[in-house]
Each structure stands twice: as structure tokens, then as C-alpha cells.
Write a protein that binds this ligand. Structure first.
Ligand SMILES: [Zn+2]
Length: 649
């Protein structure tokens, strides 16, 4: 019996180190050997200690969930979605208790759980349910290991946590699952509320604990003390908990969460703000629905469900046909969404998307949201048939792997996309040149290649509909300016398949000139860190194509001169992560980026906790506000030019 106690304590300690602290001190083999020894002793004696880790297997499937009444009601939180609503909360609190410290924590998007302990032993796990009555999911929760089976506190205790499935775990699960799980929140709820504990175990949920809901004896806790208590007793908590002295500090902490939450492995949908001291909470009390001392600040929804109306196929610059779903308009992250992308035919089949079906869409970093998968089909749902011919030029479509291609090099949207890619800000940076301009020039002036742009004259342009003197001169000036271009941006402008910004930069640094890259062998290319075999083949094929070679020659003939900027590791911006915002009067943003990078700095597109410097020009907006909130160093244009060494003395 002594040995049994010893083994249980030892295994529980190792389990805590592994599952709660992420810091194992023994190998899996050592753990397994001790576990087997304990199992043998239990079988022999017929005794299983109440906190034995062998109880964590969860047992046989159950017929139904028993209802269970919570000892103390599990309140949900009042919500704020705007800063005004948040301010109203602070005003209400301060009217009653004056200025108090607040805590700010992540709000996880999963299933709220309540775990009960009696005499220091885990007895039950329930879902929140309606707050008064939940479902008994003890068998399911026993398969989870992020909490202790025995604790040092001996009174009756109920603790609150959120059951979640880590995004990486979900991804891993979906790689082999017969039925992929679309969304981490539903996956977590489905894992816990499954009658078979084996299913719960297979989906590997965990619980992140954040509050004490009831304790029969002992002093009552502030929020900070409650979380410290949970950590001491061996519950898994999330490391982030910010104590804030003022509403301003609360808002700064919320901003921090809004940025950082994209990087963490758990789905979150907001921040939770609580009055910290217990005495102030007691005074504030509860409404009939919510505590008056806490509020959930919800970020804008990132996912929504809508219906697919139609699918159209767009031709890109490589001739690839990309399906675009037109959907019933739906609100998502503060905008009305009417279109959503599906990557290719393979994607449509894998996600089982049909016209007329309800689908889940998610906001992504791209402008157009992505379809994650079908939620349900209706009687009217129809399979999406791939087109046999290009919808623009009628050429028979070629199928390559999961993709469809229009093989016609003269296909209009294909040329338009090539021109737009060539002109984009981070490529040739031809100001004021849009895809609509491209289409007009193709139709009226017969533009076929990017190099054709440099041979247009004022007479031709000003004859076009909607083109006055000013517009014509602006485009010609922008074209002239674009001729002197850093090599990496020129390579991006060429639009070689698989060669994006990172690859362009690496190729420029490795080969230093277009000629050297054109002569590079596949072996040299594959030898580079960020170039795969497919991209290497594409690069070789692109430069071997006589039409492309002629195009490069014609660009040079037009006066385009790619150059290699001199990098100075110890320049004025060495080690700085810089964000540019607003308009600089002295240079376009792309030029400013290039100047910063030439002096050892790196440029970012958004202000994050890693940002060290913000350059703010005219009419700087939300990025400047965010930088001020995060306390990042900000300089204006004059100071920026001084740092570049260009300002007048
Ligand atoms: Zn076509």
C-alpha cells in the first residue's frame, strides 16, 4: 500500500511537470514503467486510490449526460465591443468603489467548465450549461491531464476553466481524420460533449483555468490571488495576466492582446477585464445576469456562416484559374463580405463546397476572406463543375495537379494581372497604375507585355477616354521614376511562378544581377535555403523561354536598370524594426523602406510588440495611435531625414 501511494504521488508529480508546466523531468519510458507497476499493484489488490493517474482513462461510453446543479452559480460576463462601452463600465465601477486596480486576461473561445473538489480530491467535472445546471462530463474530463486529481486545499472547491483544443493539435488531428474539424471552438465543445470518452481523448483537449468559483472556507481571493492559488495547486493557467492601475493601462493591455493573440496557439475572441480586489467586487455585486465587477471585451468576429450563390473562375498572371465564390452578403469583422476565395479545384473537392451550400468563412490577412468548409448542404446544393474552356478566351483548359490553367498567353485578364503585378508598390512601384488601367491599355493600345508600357507616348495616352494632360503626364513620370529599381523588386515584378518577396530578396542577394540569375543552374538554385525544387524548375523554365528572354532584353532597352543597394549592417537603422505610416512628402513609402533596409533596419507592415521605431508622415492614422499606446519610439519626417543623413543642416 505504501508503494502504491508512493507511485501515485510520483506519477502525479511527473504528470504535472509534463502537462501543466511543459517541463518533463523523466523520459516517457521511465514514466510508463512506473505506471505499469502501479496498474499491476491495483489489479492485485483491487484498490485504486482516488487520485491514481490510472483513473485518467475515462472508461466506457455513457448513455447520456447526467444533469448537475452547480454549488454556486456560474455567471457569464457582460460584453463590450466598443471603447465607449468599455468606458461606461469603468464609469459604473468608479461611481461605486472609486479608482481600483483591474486585471486583464485573454478570453479563450472554447467550452466553459467547472471542476469540483472535496476533501482535497477531484470528484466531478461539469459544463457551465445555463449557469445553474450543467452536464456531468467527469468521464470525458478524466482523459484530460492539465489539472490535478488531488490538491492540498481540503474544503469544497469549484474552479472554472475553458476547455480548448490547441490550433496545432487541431491541425495535426485534421491531417489524418476521416472527418476534419473546421473550427477549434466547436471541436473543443464536441470533444467534451461526446458520450464516448475515447473520442474526447483522441481529440486531445485541455483546460486552461482562470478562476475560483466557490470555496467553502478560507479567505476570499482577488483575481490575482485566485490565479496564483490555481497555479500553486497544480492547475494549468495561461501565463498572461496584467494588473492595471488605470483604465488607460487596461486599454493598452487589451491592445497588446489583440496583437499577440494571432501568435498564440489557442483560439481567443477577446479580453476579460476584472476588478481585482475582493472587497471592491463584494461592494459591486451582481445584476440578475452578470457580475458588475467584470466585463468581456470582444474583438470583432473573424468567422461567419453564409450561403454560396455562384462560383466564377478568374485567370491570374500565370494563366491559373482561381475559383471565387460569390456569397450572400454577411457581416464579418466590421465589413460586408460578398466574395470568398477557394484556392483551386482540389480545395473545392476537399472542403466539399457546393453552390447553394452553407459555408464557414474566415477573415484572413488577404483582402478577400477564405472559405473553410461546408457547414451543411441543402436540397438545392449543386456540385461545382470545373470549366472545360477558359471563361474569357475560350481556350481549352489544362489540368495540372489540383490546378486548372488557361494556356493562352494572350488571354486578356492574364496580361492585365501581369501588368498589375509588374506595377505594384513592392515591385516597379508605378504610382496610379491599376488593373483597370491595364485592361484599358490592353483593349485600346494593344499592350501585350510589361515592356510595352515604356514605349507609350503622351499622344497615345491623352487620346484615351478619361485621360487628360495631368493623368498622362503623371503616368509617364511614374514610369520614368520606376526605371531605377532595386534588383529584388525587379525580380518580383517579372512574375515568375513561386517567386514572391522572400524568394526575390534571396535571389537578388545570391546572384546580384539578372544575367547571373538567368544563367544559374537548377543545382545552384535548389542549394538555396528558401528555394524548393518546384520553384527552381519554374525559374529555370522562365529564363529558358525565348519570349521571356526577349521581354527582359526589351525592358533593358527601354532603360530599366535594376541595381543592388549597398547594405550596411551597422547603419543608422541597425537592429531597428520600423513601421512607416502616413505620407512622406520627400519620397514614396517604397523608397523610404529601401533606405531603411540599406541602413540595416527591417520594415514591418503593422505595429507589434516587436516594433522599435515608427516613422509618421502626414495624416498618420491607427498605426500611430497603436504605437503611442504601446510606447514605441515615434519620429516625424524631418527627424527621419536627419537619420538618413539627407536633411539640410
Ligand atoms: Zn483564357
Amino acid at each position: 500500500m505504501d508503494r502504491m501511494r508512493e507511485l501515485v504521488d510520483l506519477l502525479n508529480r511527473y504528470g504535472h511537470e509534463y502537462y501543466v508546466l511543459d517541463a518533463p523531468t523523466v523520459s516517457d519510458r521511465e514514466y510508463d514503467a512506473l505506471y505499469d507497476e502501479l496498474r499491476a499493484l491495483e489489479r492485485e489488490s483491487g484498490v485504486v486510490l482516488p487520485d491514481s493517474p490510472t483513473r485518467r482513462v475515462g472508461g466506457e461510453p455513457i448513455k447520456a449526460f447526467a444533469r448537475h446543479e452547480h454549488i454556486a452559480r456560474l455567471y457569464s460576463l457582460d460584453k463590450a465591443v466598443t471603447e465607449d462601452e468599455l468606458d461606461a463600465f469603468f464609469t459604473r465601477v468608479e461611481k461605486t468603489v472609486g479608482q481600483v486596480p483591474y486585471t486583464v486576461e485573454y478570453k479563450f473561445d472554447g467550452l466553459t467548465m467547472c471542476l469540483t473538489y472535496e476533501n482535497g480530491v477531484f470528484v466531478r467535472a461539469t459544463t457551465r450549461g445555463n449557469g445553474a445546471v450543467g452536464e456531468d462530463v467527469t468521464a470525458q474530463v478524466l482523459t484530460i491531464k492539465s489539472y490535478p486529481l488531488s490538491i492540498s486545499y481540503k474544503g469544497t472547491l469549484e474552479v472554472k476553466g475553458e476547455a480548448v483544443i490547441r490550433l496545432s493539435v487541431l491541425e495535426e488531428y485534421n491531417k489524418t481524420a476521416a472527418e476534419p474539424l473546421k473550427n477549434a471552438r466547436n471541436a473543443a465543445a464536441g470533444a467534451i460533449r461526446n458520450l464516448d470518452p475515447a473520442v474526447t481523448a483522441a481529440r486531445r483537449p485541455e483546460i486552461l483555468f482562470y478562476d475560483v468559483n466557490y470555496m467553502s472556507e478560507g479567505a476570499l481571493f482577488s483575481q490575482r490571488e485566485a490565479v496564483e492559488f490555481l497555479r500553486r495547486e497544480g492547475f494549468r493557467t495561461f501565463p498572461f495576466l496584467r494588473l492595471c492601475a488605470t483604465p488607460e493601462e487596461v486599454k493598452a493591455a487589451i491592445d497588446e492582446i489583440e496583437i499577440e493573440r494571432k501568435r498564440i496557439d489557442v483560439l481567443t475572441d477577446g479580453a476579460v477585464v476584472k476588478v481585482d480586489p475582493f472587497s471592491a467586487r463584494d461592494e459591486l455585486g451582481f445584476t440578475d445576469k452578470f457580475p458588475r465587477w467584470a466585463i468581456a471585451y470582444k474583438f470583432e468576429a473573424e468567422e461567419a456562416v453564409t450561403t454560396v450563390r455562384k462560383v466564377v473562375w478568374q485567370v491570374g498572371r500565370t494563366g491559373k484559374l482561381t475559383p471565387l465564390a460569390l456569397v450572400e452578403p454577411v457581416e464579418l469583422a466590421g465589413a460586408t463580405v460578398r466574395k470568398a476565395t477557394l484556392n483551386n479545384l482540389g480545395d473545392i473537392r476537399r472542403k466539399d463546397v457546393r453552390v447553394g451550400s452553407r459555408v464557414l468563412i474566415r477573415r484572413s490577412n488577404e483582402v478577400i476572406p477564405e472559405i473553410l468548409g461546408a457547414v451543411e448542404h441543402t436540397g438545392k446544393s449543386m456540385e461545382i463543375a470545373p470549366p472545360a474552356a477558359c471563361p474569357y478566351c475560350g481556350a481549352p483548359v489544362k489540368e495540372e495537379g489540383a490546378n486548372l490553367f488557361c494556356p493562352n498567353r494572350a488571354c486578356e485578364p492574364r496580361i492585365a494581372a501581369q501588368l498589375a503585378n509588374f506595377a505594384r508598390k513592392d515591385a516597379m512601384d508605378i504610382e496610379g497604375f491599376s488593373e483597370a488601367t491595364a485592361t484599358q491599355l490592353i483593349r485600346t493600345l494593344g499592350v501585350r507585355h510589361c515592356s510595352d508600357l515604356y514605349f507609350l507616348d503622351a499622344e497615345q495616352l491623352s487620346s484615351l477616354e478619361g485621360w487628360g494632360e495631368k493623368k498622362t503626364q503623371n503616368l509617364l513620370a511614374a514610369l520614368e521614376r520606376s526605371k531605377t529599381v532595386p534588383l529584388e523588386r525587379f525580380l518580383l515584378a517579372l512574375g515568375i511562378g513561386g517567386v514572391g518577396k522572400v524568394a526575390s530578396r534571396d535571389l537578388a542577394q545570391r546572384f546580384l544581377s539578372v544575367e547571373a540569375l538567368a544563367a544559374a543552374t537548377e543545382e545552384q538554385l535548389v542549394g538555396m535555403e528558401n528555394i524548393g525544387e518546384k520553384t527552381a524548375t519554374d525559374i529555370r523554365a522562365w529564363f529558358s523561354d525565348p519570349e521571356n528572354a526577349a521581354e527582359v532584353a526589351r525592358l533593358f532597352e527601354a532603360g530599366v536598370r535594376p541595381f543592388m543597394p549597398q547594405r550596411q549592417a551597422a547603419g543608422a537603422f541597425a537592429g531597428e524594426s520600423v513601421v512607416l505610416t502616413g505620407t512622406l512628402s520627400s519620397m514614396p513609402r517604397s523608397r523610404a523602406q529601401q533606405e531603411i533596409e540599406a541602413r540595416g533596419g527591417t520594415c514591418q507592415s503593422a505595429v507589434t510588440s516587436k516594433t522599435t521605431l515608427v516613422v509618421a508622415g502626414e495624416a498618420a492614422g491607427s498605426k500611430l495611435a497603436k504605437a503611442q499606446k504601446l510606447g514605441v519610439k515615434i519620429v516625424g519626417e524631418e527627424e527621419f531625414l536627419r537619420m538618413l543623413g539627407q536633411a539640410d543642416a
